[in-house]
Design a binder for this molecule. Structure first.
Ligand SMILES: [Zn+2]
Length: 112
């Protein structure tokens, strides 16, 4: 059983979306391999769908929002890491300064 070209072309969106049955997919693949006209139609269809999905990606708010959310989450995490390391460095410097001052005072007391 071979499907006619107009049937094939009607089924191309279903085939492209991957919701066609396995039997239909097999018929489609076979027909597209042997029929240049339908192959060309399929190429044009996939091309237009890819363009459309690209435009959708540009417009779609949820995807962009999710991207921004993950990006800002990553940035916030990095900021926390930076803040933590700065705090540790500052604490170490203060400790060193206190020890230095304490030792200076102690040695001054000893010299007296
Ligand atoms: Zn055909």
């Amino acid at each position: 059983m071979h499907m006619k070209c107009d049937v094939i072309q009607d089924l191309i969106p279903v085939y492209y979306d991957g919701i066609a049955s396995e039997a239909t997919c097999q018929e489609m693949r076979l027909h597209l391999r042997n029929c240049p006209e339908c192959r060309n139609y399929y190429k044009q269809y996939t091309h237009s769908m890819q363009l459309e999905s690209k435009e959708k990606q540009h417009e779609s708010e949820p995807e962009t929002g999710a991207l921004f959310a993950s990006l800002s989450r990553r940035m916030r995490r990095r900021r926390i890491v930076t803040m933590t390391s700065q705090t540790v460095i500052t604490a170490a410097m203060i400790t060193t300064a206190i020890i230095f001052i304490w030792k200076t005072i102690a040695s001054n007391n000893r010299n007296r």
